[in-house]
Design a protein around this ligand. Structure first.
Ligand SMILES: Nc1ncnc2c1ncn2[C@@H]1O[C@H](COP(=O)(O)OP(=O)(O)OP(=O)(O)O)[C@@H](O)[C@H]1O
Length: 844
């Protein structure tokens, strides 16, 4: 070891010997890594390693390249140059699956959990994705890591801290060779952070190599064996743990001596109470009374999950609340975020990714979003004004971005947080409510944010801050309300200390009980919906079919006759099969508009190849159809998966091409399709055709696969969150492509049944099925965003639509009534599913 002097500062740390790295001594080794994003060189020739049984911390300012390095090691990103070795094996382009299989697990800053799935499903996904057997009892993992929630809880119902713990525990439970932890404690309070620290020490003792990224430098000082400092994508040096202090580390990160002092403020003299809350009650908290005066900064403290976040949401009218809220002595009568904003309350959520940033929008749009009249007169957004505002804020808060126009998703986590917190300064709210203001923010930027909150108070704003970091509350606030079990248990007035605040918290055991209070006691309806959410569409459709059938039976003697019912079921087959295929691709978030054209092409191909059902004709027709399905599905997969064309645009283009081919092959209707094909399909049990029984068997099998198998879970996870699925090692692109191919085959099978009904080749006969196919899957509970739906529901949806077709003439209804009924039923059914989903997620 030797002492080093940093070029621009006077910091003296012990730099490790610059011995050449050897992959056989390291658990993970990255050599000469460079990575450039448009407009920014995120990493420049970085070499970094971590050895078995050590914690190697990586620190640097926001945007210095830490997460990029972590993502390269984890296989999420591919470096432009350099090599990655995991357990001596070179790995540069292997992807997340390969990295995880080699024993490298990652807990991401923005997590890799699928919020719509349960804790158990998320744990299971992680094992399935790399082919490891799941433990018999997944709740044993929660017990092992003392996690304060249940396997049946939905991840969306967990707070950010609980989610972050789950993310880390899920990575740890594989007992990995290498563990990458990116800001694992950013959303954790002191108790949970201490708990995590213990877990990390245990993993280190067990020989795991741990790469630890954090802005909490005290924590780094305590836990790390070595430390590497990165600045602007360039590694500044790697140091041993002897004699660090936080100021030295910050100086190395920033490149110059840096003051880390809380802004000095006068105790506010104003007695004007800007925010007054009386007996506020809501889910998980209350009754709570509190007030914040003009120029005052008031803190909310408490162990994670004691109602703080719910209270903040109640203040802006989210969730059902009782009690009174006044701003400047005016009662807010209506409880919703718009009324709260109009009354002068500005809220910045602590759940940045989900609630604060608009990921596809540019950095400038995100920052100036709520500028209001400052952005221009008459609601106009004057570009020059917005740009000037943006420049001012970017300078004030040190927001690092290659351009104001790049999407905010391209910014580092800390810079996204600065953008979010720069917003209220543009509009001067009366009351500023901020949840976790410095989550993921570097030490220097923290001070900028404290300064900004102090300035807002100085200008007369009443500031209410919730933070899991008690030292932050102690340094910043004039008063602190301590919350426990949903109530304010103590008010600390005047200067306080981190220790005093923490002492006021409830015990960790209390936390465990409380943190999932809402999810531990769901209503009976919520429990029912959680268990049977996939079956709601099935029940609704069964009910609708039954009611319509019974009613038609009372009006028409023909309806219940065998021939009519057989006809109904036969006519439903094309729509049902195409709907099954569509549901398959929609499960993974895909969509295929070209199914109608594929059905037409199938009919045309059969008119050219299947004049009879002799062996010779079948030997030609079957391979032709298989090739046709593969070609259509493969082409769609190429457009969407490889060329990244939007699925709607891609499959509209495919529709045109297929339609063109069908017209070329069969310009006019003609070509007899084996007449005995229809006859053979109508054989069956009683009035039920045999193919219909096959259809039901396939639908039930797919339903079981979807909800009871590893593959089904993987497909649903990809539909809900492809990024999270990729991070746990799922082959997202491949699975989505397969979905498109299966969808095309569904359309081919549907085309065969359609051909048996038409009897001759017609080039546009399938087009009329494209829209009803979507109606059927939506009736079955599918959503455009993916992850949901039901195969049995899709088939029932198709049967219901065919039933409407069947009963319209029997009830002497005009054709227009049929179309209206289609729309009405879809509207009502989708409304019911959406309401059920809201109740299930506890957001009603
Ligand atoms: N997908 C992307 N597209 C464009 N630029 C990106 C992308 N990801 C990261 N960057 C840029 O690369 C640089 C390094 O970002 P990175 O997320 O690695 O920083 P970080 O050190 O982890 O910051 P933080 O502490 O704030 O999380 C930043 O300038 C960031 O804006």
């Amino acid at each position: 070891m030797k002492a080093v002097m940093d070029g621009t500062s006077n910091v003296v740390l012990n730099e490790t010997d610059a011995a050449p790295y050897r992959s056989d001594e390291t658990a993970v080794l990255l050599t000469g890594i460079s990575k450039t994003f448009p407009g920014v060189k995120a990493l420049d020739n970085v070499t970094f390693d971590c050895r078995p049984g050590e914690v190697h911390a990586l620190v640097g300012e926001n945007g210095s390249g830490k997460s990029t390095l972590i993502k390269i090691a984890a296989g999420v990103l591919t470096p432009d140059a350099g090599e990655v070795y995991i357990a001596e094996k070179p790995f540069s382009r292997g992807g997340t699956r390969e990295a995880r299989r080699l024993g490298l697990m990652t807990a991401y800053q923005d997590t890799s959990l699928v919020a719509e799935l349960t804790v158990a499903d998320n744990l299971a996904l992680s094992f399935d994705a790399i082919g490891q057997p799941r433990p018999m009892d997944l709740s044993e993992i929660l017990d092992r890591y003392e996690l304060p929630f249940k396997t049946t809880d939905s991840v969306s119902a967990l707070g950010p801290g609980a989610r972050q713990l789950l993310e880390v525990a899920r990575a740890m439970c594989h007992e990995p060779r290498v563990l990458l932890l990116d800001e694992p404690t950013a959303a954790l309070d002191m108790h949970l952070a201490a708990h995590l620290e213990e877990l990390i020490k245990q993993a280190r003792s067990a020989g795991t190599a741990i790469v630890y990224v954090s802005h909490r430098l005290e924590e780094v000082r305590r836990i790390a064996d070595r430390l590497s400092v990165i600045r602007d994508g360039v590694l500044q040096g790697t140091y041993t743990s002897d004699g660090w202090n936080v100021d030295d580390i910050v100086e190395l990160m920033v490149g110059a001596p840096t003051e880390l002092e809380f802004p000095s403020r006068q105790r506010p003299s104003s007695e004007t109470e800007r925010l007054v809350v009386r007996d506020l009650t809501g889910p998980g908290y209350g009754p709570i009374s509190l007030s914040v005066r003009a120029r005052e900064i008031v803190g909310l403290a408490g162990a994670e999950g004691n109602g703080q976040r719910a209270l903040l949401r109640g203040l802006i009218g989210m969730g059902r609340t009782g009690g009174d809220i006044e701003v400047d002595a005016k009662r807010i009568t209506r409880r919703n975020p718009v009324a709260a904003t109009t009354a002068g309350i500005s809220f910045q959520s602590g759940d940045r990714a989900a609630e604060s940033v608009y990921l596809p929008l540019s950095v400038m749009d995100n920052l100036t979003l709520h500028a209001g009249s400052a952005g221009g007169p008459f609601g106009l957004a004057v570009f020059g004004r917005l740009r000037a505002m943006f420049r001012r804020s970017a300078k004030q808060f040190g927001i690092v971005t290659a351009s104001p126009f790049q999407p905010i998703s391209a910014l580092s986590g800390g810079n996204q947080q600065k953008v979010v917190l720069a917003r209220p300064a543009l509009r001067q709210p009366k009351v500023l409510v901020v949840d976790e203001p410095t989550q993921g923010v570097d030490a220097k930027a923290r001070m900028d944010i404290y300064r900004m909150l102090a300035d807002a108070a100085e200008d007369g704003t009443a500031v209410l801050v919730n933070s899991s970091d008690s030292s932050e509350l102690a340094g910043l606030c004039d008063r602190v309300y301590v919350m426990s079990r949903g109530k304010v248990t103590r008010e600390i007035v005047g200067p306080t200390s981190e220790n005093e605040i923490v002492r006021s918290f409830v015990s960790a055991a209390g936390l465990a009980e409380q943190s999932t209070a809402a999810s531990n006691h769901p209503s009976a309806l919520t429990r029912l919906l959680s268990r049977g959410s996939s079956q709601i569409s099935i029940l609704v459709l069964l009910l609708l079919c039954t009611l319509l059938a019974i009613y038609t039976g009372t009006q028409s003697p023909v309806f219940w006759t065998g021939p009519n019912l057989a006809n109904l079921l036969l006519l439903s087959l094309p729509l049902a099969f195409v709907a099954l295929g569509q549901q398959f691709t929609m499960l993974t978030g895909g969509l295929d508009i070209s199914v109608g054209a594929t059905m037409s092409l199938t009919v045309v191909l059969l008119s050219l190849t299947l004049p009879d059902v002799s062996q010779g004709s079948l030997a030609l027709a079957i391979p032709v159809l298989i090739l046709g399905g593969l070609a259509v599905g493969g082409f769609n997969a190429f457009l969407i998966g490889v060329l990244k064309v939007n699925p709607i645009v891609a499959t509209i283009a495919t529709t045109g091409i297929i339609q063109g081919i069908a017209i070329i092959l069969r310009p006019e209707p003609g070509g007899l399709i084996a007449p005995d094909l229809g006859e053979s399909f109508s054989w069956g049990v009683g009035f039920i055709p045999f193919p219909f029984l096959v259809l039901i068997a396939i639908a039930v099998a797919l339903e079981l696969w979807m909800y009871r198998s590893h593959g089904g879970l993987a497909h649903r996870a990809i539909g809900f969150d492809p990024q999270a699925s990729n991070r746990v090692g799922r082959r997202v692109a491949l699975i989505c492509s397969m979905g498109l191919v299966v969808c095309a085959f569904g359309a081919v099978v549907a085309g065969v049944f359609l051909a048996s009904l038409t009897g001759i080749g017609t080039n546009d006969v399938g087009l009329g099925y494209a829209l009803p196919c979507f109606t059927a899957v939506f009736l079955g509970g599918a959503v455009l965003s993916g992850g949901r739906g039901s195969f049995v529901g899709a088939v029932l949806g198709a049967i219901f639509l065919s039933l409407i077709d069947n009963v319209t003439p029997l009830l002497n209804l005009p054709d227009a009534a049929k179309q209206t009924l289609y729309g009405l039923v879809l509207f009502v059914a989708v409304g019911i599913y959406a309401a059920a989903e809201r109740v299930r997620a506890g957001r009603s």
